[in-house]
Design a protein. Sequence first.
Length: 648
Amino acid sequence: MSHTPSLPASRYQRYATTMSATHLKAMQDHARQNPEEFWLEQARRIHWHCKPSKGFRGSFHGDVSIKWYEDGVLNASVCCIDRHLTTRGDQVALISHREGRPEAEQITYSMLHERVCRLANALTDLGVEKGQRVAICLPMISEAVVAMLACARIGAVHVVLFGGFSAEGIAERLMDSGAVLAITASEAKRGSKTVPFKQTMDEALLKCEQKSTVHSVLVVRTSEAAVPMLPGRDYDYHDFVDTFEPDFVPVVVSAEAPLFMLYTSGSTGKPKAVVHATGGYMVWAAYTMGMVYAQQPGDVLWCTADVAWITGHTSVVYGPLANGGTTMISDSLPNAPHAGRWLDLIDQYKVTMLFTSPTAVRAMMADGDDVVQAHSLATLRLLGVAGEPISSDVWLWYHDVIGRGKCPVVDTWWQTETAGIVLGPVPGAQPLKPGSASTPLPGLELAIANTKGQIQHNATEGSLCIAGSWPGQARTIWRDHDRFCKTYFSMVPGFYFTGDGAKRDEDGYYWITGRMDDVINVAGHRLGTAEVEDALATDHRLLESAAVGIPHPVKGQALIVFAIIRKDATTQPTEAGIKLLVADTLGRYATPETVYLVPDLPRTRSGKIVRRLLRKIASDEIDSLGDLSTLTDQDIVQILCTAVHEKK
Ligand code: 6R9
């Protein structure tokens, strides 16, 4: 925990009109005393075709069942668009900036309505039905937002896939989700690199062979480059979609109908698709973004997350649009073509709220204060981060240098499974502590358990759990409810287990210490070390491997691989080859920082690899290796230390 003094709520006067400390306290009391009434009240933040009369129904015990607002009926695209048409049809809903184009596109709520309806008609024409899955694999372009909302409009379930996944990774997810249609782009530019979206999708579909259920592919042409199209399967997005009517009667669904599923990493190899339900998710997106970001007319919120992550779903699309705000997307990089590129865009598009990752803040910090000082940044009034721990010095730099000391910094802790902010300050209503994700939003009760699964009270440290459900909670893991129950509800019976460690101080503020399982967080991307090891196991020249995360000054954590080559291998795997194998299997984002080819790994007498030790060795912290007496072979430690040291 940091000893940096906290910053009083009164410092952020501009937020005083949004919510006072008294109002926040009243909400917290109401939520505790009458949760059913509290959550039904929050449900009024969105538009319902039939208003719900029930709040939560279900249990965290046994065959876990989670239902919210089950008698409510709605359509998520209506909540995000139609609802605002009479009051703010001409207000900009989406600013879409594309690097290399002179001006960003300003898409009003009316324009968004037209585009979403055309695509809803096109998808229906192609035979997509309510409940079916549609895979969306697009760069940060307006069609990505339109595609998500069009799926919602026809009651289909979107599965947004990250453009950084390999063909293998996409194929696996297409087959697992049973997607019937895919929406992709020809290619995307990332700085000087070209990302071949369509080519990767084609390869993925080839890999699926007979197992793919995808019958159609819509392709957004993002450049002049020629794209091979398969007649009868592939359609040019605009040539096809723009011919359809700009109106579509929304398909209403019951609150528990799935809105989307999203793949995320866990501590076992296979990625899992977390399923989110329409009603609860929409209330949660509106509530959490309304409490912490509280967009006012004129605010431009730029959340730099890719739509393929939960932050992209809730803080780029559903939250801001449900609340009638203006949201911005951009396909730019923070430091290409030059350092300070994102700062240019903040000034150019008068961004008032910036929401990014600690990795991006650390990268801006590394570029130096001069780059920041060369920009006005006068429109900014709120700064946010999520995705990984932010240290108090980086928090303060963000606050003092980017925010010029006048913008509150909101560090929000949440997960794909929580769908929206769980821990985060309500700016103007409570003090901010640099480096802390603050306190739970009203209606959420957090708990800290010790290693035996017992709940600890007052100031303490342990595993972070959530007592009781919240509307945005994931309902299940697609086609694997057992895994859902085991992963999240078996560690501390009756509680949702987050997988993160946390400290709670005497004021009830939480300080996240990081994952406690074998999930690492590289630049805000969750990665299971087992996924990496499974990928390496496909190279039969490798006997065994171990992947660990170690601290990295910019990315938060870096992925390090130790691999043992089989003695009988006829050819020698190289470090570069191993990196490529991981990138090909999982995606470029998972490329290991360093690979060590080693004769063995440190093991306990029962044969378990001692990862704690590998982390220390890989970070070159050889003075604090601790007790080595439980190892079968202590000499291996010295050999690994030398291997690491030689590379430094
Ligand atoms: C929103 C998102 C979830 C994991 C989570 C935790 C880490 C997220 C954080 C944070 C420290 C924060 N995490 N927010 N750690 N401080 N403010 O990132 O979802 O991709 O599912 O990752 O990210 O470890 O468990 P997701």
